[in-house]
Design a protein around this ligand. Sequence first.
Ligand code: AMP
Length: 293
Amino acid sequence: MNPGAAPSSSDSLRVVTTVPDLRAAVDAARAAGKSIGLVPTMGALHEGHLSLARAAQSECGLTIVTIFVNPTQFGPHEDFNKYPRTRDADLALLALLGVDLVFAPSPDVMYPAGFSTFVDEPAVAKRWEGQCRPGHFRGVTTVVLKLFNQTRADVAFFGHKDYQQSCVVRRMVADLDVPIAIRVCPTVREADGLAMSSRNRYLDTAERQQALAISRSLQRGAECVRQGQRRADIVIADMRAVLTAAGITRIDYVALVEPQTLEPRDTLDGPTIALIAAYVGTTRLIDNHVLRP
Ligand code: AMP
């Protein structure tokens, strides 16, 4: 300890790894009249995650950040094993922020022997990420519902960055009458426009530059709409051209969709979400932008 240092909020960060310890901390906060805010993450924290934690802190009496790299949302050939795990740095960031509680369970705590129940939302989850990553949303909804039940939080905070995920979670909460409010917070970007992502650390210098084409492509889509273009196929072709001109050729989708159902739009006659998923080198990145014709 540096005796001259200003007192830091880090003194208050508590890390729990079991559900009983989590519940005890939540019960104590409730008994003290506090509302509970939940921020689910897979760690490798960046400013996007921290913005969710700040939103939780400003609305709730107790903020819980969960750190769990959820195996059930990764496909067999995806990056579960190499996904960045930066626990010490994550805890230091959350301590600095003054977060109250971190829940960092092991896979055994979340999926003990005999675990067999999954939550499946087949409609909003059907296209885009759901189609490119079979089983992904089943893993997401299952772990998110478990976190909701484990924490019994009042409010949960998600990022617009994973737009389809936020829609699938909202659908699940409505369908299953889960007593929690969902907030979706804006995407936090690097100064040059790249959406922050834990996976950005996979990019080398050249790829980091190439990845900028994704946010540029979304801007191009917005520009087309501003100029009056209403045909989705034309806007999509323009957006794809921005990606390919930058050398991004492995494109999972460029889509213009209705904001709630995520069904593709032919004519851009109302608010529309532009969605992109593409590979930069071997790194798969997603991003999105709201278009308002
Ligand atoms: P992850 O750790 O990638 O599972 O993300 C945890 C939460 O942080 C999800 O709700 C994400 O949508 C959100 N998130 C990730 N990146 C960003 C970002 N750049 N801006 C805002 N929220 C984000």
